[in-house]
Design a protein. Structure first.
Length: 687
C-alpha cells in the first residue's frame, strides 16, 4: 500500500508495499489529490538507476536506513548486530497518522508519522525487545529525504548570554553533524537544522527543517553522498541503550517542517501548531523579576518600595528571585534547602506575598529544584543523591541531584508541593544553571518531566517558566510543561534583538520572556537608551528587570506608558503572525506581528549597527494585505529614539500616513535616521 498524507500544502508519500521497510517517496510541497494508480506510478518512477560499483539493486531511503540495505550514511535505528533480518509487519493509518511496524531481528520497531493540520510532520520510533536476551540500541533517529536543490544549511550555536547565533554553510559530501553533550540543550544548542535552496531567507526560498523535541542531549545532521539522496537526520544523542527482554525505548519526537516561503513559512506552521496544544490559557501578565534589582539583598524593607513602584507602573506579576531560602547569601551555598531563610524572612514570605497581592499583582518565586550546593543541609544528609561524586567538577559551585532516584523525585515533589500550599505562589521561575556532565542524561530528563507533570497536576493554577542560565533549555517538549521560557540571561537590547529574532522562528512570542533591564547591561556593560530597551522587550512576554526605586520620574513615566502599550496590544503580539523582513543592510532589523485578519500590525524597526548608507533604504512593511489601505502611525512608548538628522521624513513629522498595503510592502516608507542602538515601533491599522 502507498500512503499519502496531506495537510496545509504539505505532502508525505510513504511506499509500504512488500516485505521491506517502507520508503519515503516524498516530503514537501503538496502533490494534490493523487489516486492509488498515480501514487504507484510515482513510487515506481522515482526509483533511481543503479550506479557502477554499487549495490546491485536500486537504493531507496527507508524509514530505517541501515548498512544491510546498502545505506552507507548515518543510520536510523541501529542495533549492535546489524546482520539481523528485517521485515515489514504492516502499516496502519488513522486520519493523518501512519503507524509502521517493523521487525528487526528480535526487536519490534514502531515508527509513528503524523502530519498535523498545520503541515508539521511529527516522527518518532519505539523499539521493543521481544526476544529472550538483551539488545543494545545504538541509534534511534529519524532520517528524512530532502531534494538535491536543498544545498545550504542553517543551524545555531551560541554561549551564555548569547544564545541562538545562526551559522550558515554549504556542506559538500559527508555529514554536517551537530551534537549536544550538556544534559540539556545548552547555550550552543543547534535548536533547528534547516536545509534550503540557495539564498533562502526569512521571506523567500524553499526550506526543510528538523527540531528534536527533547530536553537532553540531541543530534541533528545534514548528509549528502554520491550514491544516496540528501537527508536530514535527528534524534537523541546516546552511545548505547540496553533493552532487557520486554523493555522498550521511545525516541523523542522529531518535529519536521517544510516551507516554500522561507524561514517565516516555518513559523507560519510551527506557531499555530504550538498554540493548538499550548498550556497558556490567559493574557501574559507584565512581569517584574527582582534579580538585577536586588540580587541577594533580600528583606521586606528592601523589597516593599520596589513592590510599590512596580504596582505604580502597571506590573501584574512580581517574582522574587534567588536568595530567599536557607543560607543563600551567594551562589556557593544553600541550593537544596528549600525552606525560607529565617534571618532575612523571620516570619516567612507571607508578608511580602500579601503586600504583592494587595498591590494587585501575582506573587512568583525563583527555584532551582534539580540542583544542590555541597554547602547545604541536603547534601550533607544525602551525598548519595548527587548525580556525580561530591569531589567531581562543579559548575557555578553546584552539583546536580539524581532525578532518576525515586526518593529524590519524591523529596522534591513534597518540598515544592508544601511550598505551593503554604504561600499564594502563582508562578515558579524554574532554573537550571549547569550542565550535567554525564554521558547518560536520559534518566535525568525523564525524571524532570515526571516531576513537572506531578507538580502541574497537583497545582494546575501555577505557571512555570523554563530557565536554564538563560536560554539553555528551550525545546518543544519542555514547552508542553511550561508557560514561559527565559530567552537569555542578557537584557542588553542589542544582543536581545538577535536572540529573540532567531528563537522566535520556532517558539511563539508569548513564551519568550523579554525584560527591560538597567541602562547599563548586567552582562555586557553596554549602555542603551530607554526607548531601545522598551521597544525590544515589547515583542515577547514583556517584563522588567530593574530597580524601579532608582529610576528617574521621567523614565518611570515612560515605563508606565510602555506598560499601557503592552497591555493594549498583547492580544495581537501573542496571537498574530510573526513576520521578519529581509533587508540588504544587516544593520537594520525589521520585525512585525500581524493580526490573523491582517487588520492591524505592530512593526519594529531597529538599527543595531552602522548602516551602509547615510540614507538607509525605506522600510518595507511585511505581511499586510496588498488590497487594503493602512494608516501607519508611530507608537508612543513614553520616550523617543536617538536620531541624527536635520529633519525627519515629512510623514514621520506629521505623525501618520495612509497608503495601500501593496505600496507599503513594495515601496515602503523612509525612516528617521536612527543612531545605532535605537528602534521605532509603528502601528498599522486598516482603514
Amino acid at each position: 500500500m502507498i500512503h499519502h498524507l496531506r495537510a496545509a500544502g504539505v505532502s508525505l508519500v510513504l511506499d509500504s508495499r512488500g516485505a521491506g521497510v517502507p520508503a519515503v517517496v516524498h516530503w514537501g510541497r503538496d502533490l494534490g489529490a493523487l489516486d492509488l494508480a498515480d501514487l504507484e506510478t510515482l513510487a515506481d518512477a522515482v526509483v533511481p538507476a543503479i550506479a557502477p560499483s554499487s549495490i546491485d539493486v536500486p537504493l531507496r531511503l527507508t524509514l530505517l536506513p541501515a548498512l544491510g540495505d546498502g545505506w552507507t550514511g548515518r543510520p536510523g535505528v541501529a542495533l549492535t548486530d546489524g546482520r539481523v533480518p528485517v521485515r515489514h509487519r504492516g502499516t496502519a493509518r488513522e486520519d493523518d497518522v501512519l503507524v509502521v511496524e517493523t521487525a528487526v531481528g528480535d526487536a519490534a520497531v514502531t515508527t509513528r508519522l503524523e502530519l498535523t493540520a498545520q503541515g508539521v510532520l511529527l516522527a518518532s520510533h519505539t523499539i521493543r525487545n521481544e526476544g529472550d536476551s538483551a539488545i543494545a540500541v545504538t541509534a534511534a533517529d529519524v532520517v528524512l529525504p530532502v531534494p538535491d536543490r536543498a544545498r545550504e544549511v542553517l543551524d545555531f550555536s551560541g554561549r551564555w548570554a548569547g544564545e541562538r547565533r545562526p551559522q550558515r554553510s554549504r556542506p559538500g559530501h559527508g555529514a554536517w553533524l551537530r551534537e549536544t553533550r550538556h544534559g540539556r540543550g545548552g547555550h550552543d544548542d543547534p535548536f533547528l537544522m534547516v536545509a534550503g535552496t540557495a539564498g533562502f531567507d526569512f521571506g523567500s526560498g524553499e526550506v526543510w527543517s528538523t527540531h528534536v523535541a527533547w530536553s537532553g542531549d540531541t543530534r541533528q545532521w545534514f548528509e549528502r553522498s554520491d550514491l544516496a539522496p540528501a537527508v536530514l537526520g535527528a534524534g537523541e544523542r546516546f552511545t548505547a541503550t540496553t533493552l532487557a527482554p520486554g523493555e522498550s525505548y521511545a525516541s523523542p519526537t522529531v518535529v519536521a517542517t517544510w516551507s516554500d516561503a522561507g524561514l517565516d513559512g516555518l513559523s507560519d506552521r510551527l506557531h499555530p501548531w504550538v498554540r493548538s496544544w499550548s498550556t497558556i490559557a490567559r493574557p501574559r501578565p507584565l512581569t517584574l523579576n527582582t534579580w538585577e534589582a536586588v540580587y541577594f539583598d533580600h528583606s521586606l524593607s528592601r523589597l516593599e518600595p520596589l513592590v510599590e513602584r512596580a504596582s505604580e507602573v502597571g506590573v501584574e506579576r512580581f517574582v522574587l528571585d534567588d536568595g530567599w531560602f536557607l543560607g543563600r547569601t551567594d551562589d556557593r551555598r544553600g541550593l537544596g534547602d528549600w525552606t525560607v531563610d529565617p534571618e532575612r524572612w523571620p516570619v516567612g514570605l507571607g508578608p511580602l506575598a500579601a503586600r504583592v497581592n494587595a498591590a494587585g499583582m501575582e506573587f512568583g518565586l525563583w527555584v532551582e529544584p534539580e540542583m544542590v550546593s555541597l554547602d547545604s543541609d541536603l547534601a550533607r544528609r544525602h551525598p548519595d543523591w548527587l548525580l556525580t561524586a561530591p569531589d567531581s567538577v562543579t559548575w557555578r559551585w553546584q552539583h546536580v541531584l539524581d532525578l532518576s532516584l525515586p526518593e529524590v523525585e519524591q523529596h522534591l515533589f513534597d518540598r515544592f508541593d508544601a511550598l505551593l500550599d503554604e504561600y499564594p505562589i502563582a508562578y515558579l521561575k524554574w532554573d537550571h544553571n549547569r550542565d550535567l556532565l554525564v554521558e547518560a542524561s536520559r534518566p535525568q530528563v525523564l525524571g524532570l518531566y515526571r516531576l513537572l507533570d506531578r507538580l502541574r497536576a497537583a497545582h494546575p493554577g501555577v505557571e512555570i517558566e523554563s530557565c536554564a542560565s538563560g536560554g539553555g533549555r528551550i525545546d518543544l517538549e519542555i514547552l508542553r510543561r511550561v508557560d514561559r521560557v527565559w530567552t537569555s540571561d542578557t537584557n542588553d537590547p542589542l544582543v536581545r534583538q538577535a536572540i529573540q529574532r532567531w528563537t522566535g522562528i520556532v517558539v511563539p512570542p508569548e513564551y519568550l520572556g523579554s525584560h527591560v533591564g538597567d541602562a547599563r547591561a548586567h552582562t555586557t556593560g553596554r549602555v542603551a537608551g530607554l526607548g531601545f530597551r522598551l521597544a525590544t522587550a515589547l515583542f515577547g512576554h514583556a517584563g522588567i528587570e530593574s530597580d524601579l526605586t532608582r529610576v528617574s520620574p521621567e523614565d518611570l513615566e515612560a515605563v508606565r506608558r510602555w506598560a499601557e502599550v503592552y497591555r493594549e496590544h498583547r492580544a495581537l503580539l501573542h496571537a498574530g503572525r510573526v513576520v521578519r523582513a529581509d533587508a540588504a543592510d544587516t544593520a537594520t532589523l525589521v520585525h512585525a506581528v500581524v493580526a490573523p485578519d491582517r487588520a492591524h500590525a505592530l512593526v519594529s524597526y531597529a538599527v543595531v549597527g552602522e548602516t551602509d548608507a547615510a540614507l538607509p533604504a525605506p522600510l518595507r512593511l511585511p505581511g499586510l494585505d496588498p488590497t487594503r489601505r493602512y494608516r501607519i502611525s508611530v507608537v508612543d512608548l513614553g520616550t523617543g529614539p536617538g536620531m541624527l538628522q536635520d529633519a525627519p521624513p515629512p510623514w514621520y513629522a506629521a505623525g501618520e500616513v495612509t497608503l495601500p498595503g501593496a505600496v507599503l510592502a513594495d515601496i515602503g516608507l523612509p525612516m528617521p535616521l536612527l543612531q545605532p542602538g535605537n528602534a521605532v515601533v509603528l502601528r498599522a491599522d486598516a482603514v
